[in-house]
Design a protein around this ligand. Structure first.
Ligand code: AQP
Length: 370
């Protein structure tokens, strides 16, 4: 079954497998006409209105990647049921998330946009990966610890095995580049471990599943809560004041920024002065991301200002950037049938790519085909 190498592709004595080769020789390419471009996959849960964190950490980068990548973007409703959810609102939340992505700039004629539960290949590969991943690896996942806290016995098994489904989401498409916020870094490292163990166990060390490169981009890869600069901004945070929702109107944005927690000192003039000031760092990072600069340039421009003054400037910038998205989202949601048709079409295209890859994975595991 193997040639004496461990699952990470390292020869136990001498030699080394080239784990970075892409496309893998045995990956039965091409699966679409566009495989000359690197394939990107990313997903977002329909667990609420997307936040400024989702937008700056992920979605804005998804939009840019459409220029020169074969992009597949997924509303991950299977992941959304790993936490307690309301079945009456999930379908509409899925539609709203699709509308938010389109309003933010995802072009469904250039990218494949669909919802996860419409493509069963995700679940078939996820099951195989659940049998590949080791319990010890899952035990190290900080997102599960953060979400379940001390009450882990009462959380779903799905939340615990979430990273195996996430690995399947990406690898069912042989995607190699995954734009995410910094909170997902550990899950992508695990996905690479799963891929390499699968290759080792079932492909004699060949690169059937390619290595994934996380794309964690920009000065706002982790946008923090407006109430606590040490906690990430989340769409499911019980406090609406902790986040900016992409649908917030101008007054709400201004009020939330005005109330955002800060310290009494004025802004420093250089990045060293942000040390130990997580709330100041967060508000500077948001401005930097929205203006495509970095923390240092923002501080060169605004260092020395008091927060009262700076918050007004930041709120105006946020309103200018987010209002057009909210408006377009409202317009799109007036026509649910069109959103559904976009998702249906995307699911068909996604399935055409994933099906042969997952069928090949099932064959390699040894399932009977009759
Ligand atoms: N605060 C954040 N800063 C930067 N990036 C973020 N992302 C999420 N929060 C931030 C990125 O957004 C993408 C989609 O995330 P998700 O919906 O799949 O799940 P999540 O990371 O758990 O996001 P939330 O908003 O915190 O959702 P809930 O509250 O439902 O758990 C990912 O790329 C993520 O990195």
């Amino acid at each position: 079954m193997n040639d004496g190498r461990d699952f990470r592709g390292r020869a136990r004595s001498g030699g080394r497998v080239d784990r970075h080769r892409f496309p893998p020789e045995n990956a039965a390419l091409p699966f679409s006409e566009r495989t000359a471009m690197q394939r990107v996959f990313s997903g977002i849960q329909p667990t609420g209105i997307p936040t400024l964190g989702n937008y700056l950490g992920a979605v804005r980068n998804w939009v840019k990647l459409q220029e020169d990548h074969d992009c597949i973007y997924c509303v991950v409703d299977l992941h959304a049921i790993t936490m307690t959810h309301d079945p009456k609102t999930l379908a509409q939340a899925t539609r709203e998330m699709a509308a938010a992505l389109i309003a933010a700039g995802i072009d469904p004629t250039r990218s494949t946009l669909f919802h996860q539960s419409a493509v069963s290949a995700h679940l078939r590969l996820a099951w195989i990966f659940e049998c590949v991943v080791r319990l010890g690896w899952l035990n190290r996942m900080t997102q599960f610890k953060d979400k379940a806290g001390k009450d882990r016995e009462n959380f779903s098994a799905g939340l615990y095995t979430y990273p195996a489904l996430m690995a399947a989401d990406i690898l069912a498409y042989h995607a190699t580049r995954v734009p995410v916020g910094d909170d997902q870094r550990q899950h992508l490292e695990l996905a690479n471990d799963i891929a390499q163990k699968f290759n080792f166990d079932f492909c004699a060390g060949e690169t059937f599943f390619p290595l994934i490169e996380p794309l964690i981009l920009g000065p706002a890869a982790r946008v923090m809560s407006l109430r606590d600069g040490t906690k990430k901004m989340s769409k499911s945070d019980p406090s609406d004041q902790s986040r900016i929702n992409l649908t917030d109107d101008a007054d709400t944005i201004a009020l939330k920024i005005r109330r955002a927690k800060t310290d009494p000192e004025p802004l420093p003039s250089d990045t060293a002065g942000l040390e130990g000031r997580p709330e100041a760092r967060n508000l500077i990072g948001i401005y930097a991301a929205l203006t495509d600069t970095d923390h240092a340039s923002v501080l060169r421009e605004h260092g020395g200002r008091g927060f009262g003054d700076y918050k007004k400037i930041l709120a105006d910038l946020l309103v200018a950037k987010l209002e057009p998205i909210a408006e377009e989202m409202r317009r799109l949601l007036g026509d649910a049938a069109t959103i559904d048709a976009i998702l249906r079409d995307g699911a068909g295209r996604a399935e055409a790519i994933a099906e042969p890859i997952v069928r090949e994975a099932e064959k390699r595991v040894g399932f009977l085909r009759v």
